[in-house]
Design a protein around this ligand. Sequence first.
Ligand code: GLU
Length: 611
Amino acid sequence: MCGIVGAVAQRDVSDILLEGLKRLEYRGYDSAGVAIVNSDNELIRLRRLGKVNALSEGLSAAPIAGGTGIAHTRWATHGEPSEINAHPHMSGNDIAIVHNGIIENYESLRDTLRNRGYQFTSQTDTEVIGHLLEWELRQSENLQEALQKTAQQLQGAYGTVAMDRRDPSRLVVARSGSPLVIGLGIGENFIASDQLALLNVTRRFMFLEEGDVAEITRHSVTVFDINGDQVSREIHESQIEHDAGDKGKYRHFMQKEIFEQPSALTNVMEGRLSKNSVLVESIGTGAKEILSKVEHIQIIACGTSYNSGMTARYWFEALAGVSCDVEIASEFRYREFVVRPNSLLLTLSQSGETADTLAALRLAKQKGYMSAMTICNVSGSSLVRESDLAFMTRAGTEIGVASTKAFTTQLAAMLMLVTAIGKEQGKINRQQEENIVKALHSLPSDISKALTFDSEIEQLAIDFADKQHTLFLGRGEYYPIAMEASLKLKEISYIHAEAYAAGELKHGPLALVDADMPVVVIAPSNDLLEKLKSNVEEVRARGGLLYVFADENSGFEACDGMKIISLPHVDDIIAPIFYTIPMQLLSYHVALIKGTDVDQPRNLAKAVTVE
Ligand code: GLU
């Protein structure tokens, strides 16, 4: 989850390290630190509680000049956010390390190391890595060999970078469970937990694989795999736009990303649709054969991606006639499960590094799924590399912690996938395919229409800002859309929110309804409208405050206690994506009024790389 940046160069690296940390900071951190070997061959470390700006101020007051350094932003897992727990951690005066992840056996390692005379200065699990490395270095030829021996003793997840004051010409790095990418320069090389951190210094990257240990000098990169054999890893040219870290005219990244959805949706469909059909080959080599055989889909995801999977389940079963289960990755990976015949494992993740989802994929691959596909936004990520098929959402870098465009592009991707399966299996005929494709083509302009409701929703948000709770209701595929709406509101406004399938209301939650509980209803004009209207009446009869986001043809009329947000009619098939937009805008505006940190909500981080 944390951000790691490291550099070995001829020039001073402190600005590169700081810029890298800033580019990763959007993920939400509690402290930051840097360690650099200066021109007098001293290892200087500076750490600050709070945001990267605090570290930046510290460095302006006391600059550190030197060509080899490592830096870190922390998202505390073990030990409170504080200066002493901030990374880099040191062993003696010579070894400094940064670490992303969790060392699960840190307690026993700490006892062993204490018995060897090491003193601990922090409450982190990380500190054991530094001391263990120092110990192993005593009986090794070099730092890289010592890190290999250290890595063999660590259990849990780590991406770690280490340096030794006595030999500042190299950094050594190890990856297991947490991403690390090497950035290649000319006469200088870099390491980071995400390529975004290094885009201002290079666009050439080498992704490390599970179990890799590497040594990086100014002129060389040497990689060893999990067996200790020297290997070469492919070099990739990054496709990410340069200004991904720039808010442009928008006040927040989340706002920018909400408004980017028409173009993000255009991108996800590009090259995958002709005028009337889905181009099955565009899903990947071998996709056609897999999709024609699939009888069951097992979706695995977390958070927002889980909600998109829940929505798509309705489509898989109703349109393609393929049974579909959706499960939260952290549950799936720790239970005994039955693999159905010809089952496709489908993982969903914005970052492609979600730790639980990745672990679930690795586990499932040993259990005999027919194939593993991922729908993901980050090329080169672990999920993409380790799946048989990768359907990229091409939404562009998502910086706001609360996911928006990743969700809607995942939905569009799944609608194309459902159509491809239905077509290959003869469950969707030519006319039905044409209708779906037509609706998909109109999606970007429909979403632009939904965005014009921004100021109306801004007004409405005032009603919510002083409330403690909110209830979201929907039926059918709008139930998971209500789940996503309630997750958004919780994440960024800190208002407790719950989503219910509207039919469940009388089985419990109706007891909560009073004049202090806003009830948001998602009401497209579809087969379930009459049923939904009855549920709305149940709330009205109990004096609840209703906010109905309704199709203009749905026949709802505003009255005391019930506000109607009348939205243009859109095609049924893409309407769940359309209704997501006003929900995103609502949570955004409520958070603005409440003055929360919209892009970096408290306690949360982007790309959840710890389990
Ligand atoms: N587990 C380590 C700590 O709490 C690293 C956390 C992180 O990934 O930022 O310091």
